[in-house]
Design a protein around this ligand. Sequence first.
Ligand SMILES: [Zn+2]
Ligand SMILES: [Zn+2]
Length: 395
Amino acid sequence: MNSVDIQFYSEARALFPYLQSIRRDLHRHPELAFQEVRTAGVVVRELNQLGLEVTTGVAKTGVVALLEGNQPGPTILLRFDMDALPIREDTGAEYASEEEGKMHACGHDGHVAIGLTVARILADRREELAGRVKLVFQPAEEGAGGGEAMVKEGVLMNPSPKNCLALHLWNERPLGWMGFSPGPVMAEADFFAVKIEGKGGHGALPQTTIDPITAAAHWITALQTIVSRQVSPHQPAVVSVTQVKGGDSFNIIPPFVEIQGTIRTFEPEVRQLVMERFQQLLHGICGSMGCSAHVEFLLHTPAVRNDAELTAQLQEMVPAVLPDSRLDKRFQTMVSEDMAFMMQDVPSCYFFVGSANPEKGLNYSHHHPKFDFDEEALIRGSAMMAAAAVKLLKE
Ligand SMILES: [Zn+2]
Ligand SMILES: [Zn+2]
């Protein structure tokens, strides 16, 4: 065990009351995408207390701060997301949401608390730092485009980072687990909206109509063959239909059906194959049944791709920083993350910190109304992030 590296854990543990109070305060006051005004205010207040230079209003509610080390050197960017979800909390926790219909159900309250704690640890170690740490508090990670907006507003410039790091508390794994792999660690995501048009009419006289519901049903069934029959079993891919809307009566065949869903892939060639087969099946099946079909791809997020060398470096650090952790060096998930936009052109690493504790009932999935995590995970995330930043600036 390296006595220097283990100090990060002791420092983060000593700051546990701070971590918990920030996290619980934010948890009581969740704010949705691009509305993180109070949250940004807490971030600014805490960073100002450390004497940091802070820029506000980046991508509306984002906050960026620069922590200068005592010696010159490169810049490392650390990113923490701040937004909550439109979910009504059902945890019964003493620190439950006080905002009706809004909830920190993904753990971003914890990410902000970790970010502020890392800032405190690093501010105390300024003399060790050869370079700068750019602390980025991002709005609107949950599908509203905060990451891309921050990149467009120049978060990767003045100064440009050598590396970017980010983390996610992960309730699909227990406390003590940590997972990240080189290469794609989170999927490329596409969202689609399809409209299948036929000819409406009397439910008892189908011969006078062109039934879009039957065409939609055949297409949705056939879609399942893309992953099972066309994509290699060695390549991950997901095609999910998540919304079907058509008709509103027992005896009327509707004129159209609307279908939405998502496609997830890791590799560009797999994405291209899925997209092609998706459209061939759509137009082929609908055309053969007399319907016409239109598809719109609404939102695209690239895959989160970890730099191989940097990832190996961080994986090597884990046993020294958190000696009791179980490290999964091949972890990947099909969820997506807009941190991908900051990571696209900068060697970066994104890691997951196990946060579930089934014995305490803290093992509901992210985005569930009963989602809550073991706050011990905040210590582990802070220790790892701070240790990684110091290490990368020492080289
Ligand atoms: Zn989420
Ligand atoms: Zn999240």
